[in-house]
Ligand binder design. Structure first.
Ligand code: CU
Length: 493
């Protein structure tokens, strides 16, 4: 990997001389999408991966460089890879049927665009339910944030089931008590919530008023949120469970940058640093004003950059992620010196609470959007029903005929995300970095990010500048919600 100095010098050389930088002629990095075998809970299982020819998962590169990648599809089914959090030309965004067609078996696709900002990103399949089969990898763009003597540790979180994803989805759709699956809606008898629209059904104003609980804490007065639709067999950190965790060598007294990526299909966590004190310096790759702490929430698809200084004494430091609403946990072990590594149980002592926006409301972007009045505001209701597992946006289940949210180039756009359902939805906009500007009716200059959690019956407003024309996906990042229709697009030229 490049040192900060090398990266800066290379970038400067390219910029000041005004000619093609040295790497322009270098061959692309090849990423192969292929099957592999891993062991989970003592059982071998076939999953997917995206890796370089030497087995390195994903890509580690530097800001100012070109993202020059060739994806080889070595599967016997089509695939397409999305570069989550980046701002490529829209045709290279990796969403089948929107950005480009899927790559057929044995086919390739080429990507080539400049990396204008650094951070912790990731790549994952946007084809079908392949993400549930672990078709995801880190995409790290170094920009010097770690400092010269800081060891970087990437932690990829994932949820895992021995049940094939198609069977999981079919089970959710039937709402049946198939093995290893919770009955959707069981926790909330009489799921017919006022204000929840089925597609094609009109919602009255009085229904709307009854649902408007945008004050923080309003949801707490109501029934408990409905979490964790799918009962998973394991939770993985770097493909391993705590029964056989990834043990990472670190220097006693050393500085570490944790780059935590939640690549789970459906699961949110609280990251728990135990006795270590951390400092959150970025979310979704984008810098925030530092926030010290030992516990940080991470919703599906989000990333956390956390700085740590390890104690001088040799010790094994678990970095854990506890499933929201449950005791199940996963994690890695930072082993400083020759300390013994004690077994960490796969169940925490106490259940982790549901994620809230308490931290989100405290975050402040280090580089916020320029203050500006919105040129356009879209009201985006997050809607759906656990009955038959139908999820939608503004009451409309996604299909290719749904008109995109209208936007014009150069506009400041605000999306008013209002969750009308009893489930949390992590909402992701492709091709743009947005700023969280309002939670519970209070305006503030929050974090720049690409995925924001909208808890049940909560209103969150995000703002972005329409500076990357094209046709872009905007969707819930819970895999089965997205597949069930909680998906729409933004389009402008
Ligand atoms: Cu959702």
């Amino acid at each position: 990997m490049l040192s900060r100095r090398t990266a800066l010098l290379t970038a400067l050389a390219g910029a000041t001389l005004g000619r093609m930088p040295a790497w322009a002629d270098t061959p692309p990095v090849t990423l192969r999408v292929e099957r592999r075998s891993i062991e989970v809970n003592g059982k071998p299982v076939s999953v997917l991966r995206i890796a370089q020819p030497d087995g390195t998962p994903g890509v580690s590169t530097a800001v100012g460089r070109q993202f020059r990648v060739r994806v080889d599809n070595a599967l016997d089914v089509p695939t397409l890879i999305h570069w989550h959090g980046l701002a490529p030309p829209w045709q290279q965004d990796g969403v089948p049927g929107i950005s480009a067609p899927p790559i057929p078996p044995g086919g390739t696709a080429d990507y080539d665009f400049p990396l204008r900002f650094g951070g912790t990103f990731w790549m994952h399949s946007h084809q079908g339910l392949q993400e549930q089969e672990l078709l995801a990898a880190p995409l790290i763009i170094h920009d010097g944030r770690a400092g010269p003597d800081v060891q970087e540790v990437v932690v990829m979180l994932a949820d895992f089931s021995f049940t094939p994803p198609e069977a999981i989805f079919a089970g959710l759709r039937k709402g049946s008590a198939m093995a290893g699956m919770k009955m959707p809606g069981m926790k909330m008898p009489g799921m017919k919530m006022p204000g929840m629209k089925m597609p094609g059904m009109k919602m009255s104003d009085s229904d709307m008023a009854g649902m408007d609980m945008s004050e923080p804490g309003a949801a707490a007065k109501d029934a408990a949120p409905d979490l964790n639709d799918v009962k998973y067999d394991a939770f993985l950190a770097n493909d391993r469970t705590l029964a056989d965790p990834d043990v990472i060598r670190v220097a006693p007294g050393g500085d570490v940058l944790l780059r935590i990526i939640n690549s789970s299909a459906m699961s949110a966590y609280h990251v728990d640093l135990g006795a270590l004190q951390g400092t959150l310096i970025a979310v979704d790759g984008m810098r925030v004003q530092p926030v010290p702490g030992r516990r940080f929430p991470i919703a599906v698809a989000q990333r956390l950059d956390i700085r740590l200084t390890l104690p001088r004494a040799p010790a094994a430091h678990p970095v854990l992620a506890i499933l929201e609403g449950e005791r199940a946990q996963t994690g890695v072990i930072l082993r400083a010196g020759d300390a013994p590594v004690a077994r960490v149980p796969t169940q925490a002592d106490a259940a982790s609470p549901a994620l809230t926006l308490t931290l989100e409301a405290r975050l402040r972007a280090l580089v916020p959007l320029a203050p500006r009045k919105a040129d356009r505001v879209h009201l985006v209701d997050l809607t759906g029903s656990m009955e038959n597992y139908v999820w939608s946006i503004n009451g409309v289940v996604w299909n290719k005929d749904v008109p995109p949210l209208a936007v014009a180039r150069g506009e400041r756009v605000e999306l008013v995300l209002h969750n009308r359902t009893p489930m949390p939805h992590p909402m992701h906009l492709h091709g743009h970095t947005f700023q969280v500007v309002e939670i519970g009716g209070r305006r503030f200059a929050g974090a720049m990010r690409d995925t924001v959690l909208v808890p049940p019956r909560t209103r969150v407003v995000v703002a972005f500048d329409a500076d990357n024309p094209g046709w872009w996906a905007f969707h819930c990042h819970l895999l089965y919600h997205m597949d069930a229709g909680m998906f729409t697009t933004v389009r402008y030229v």
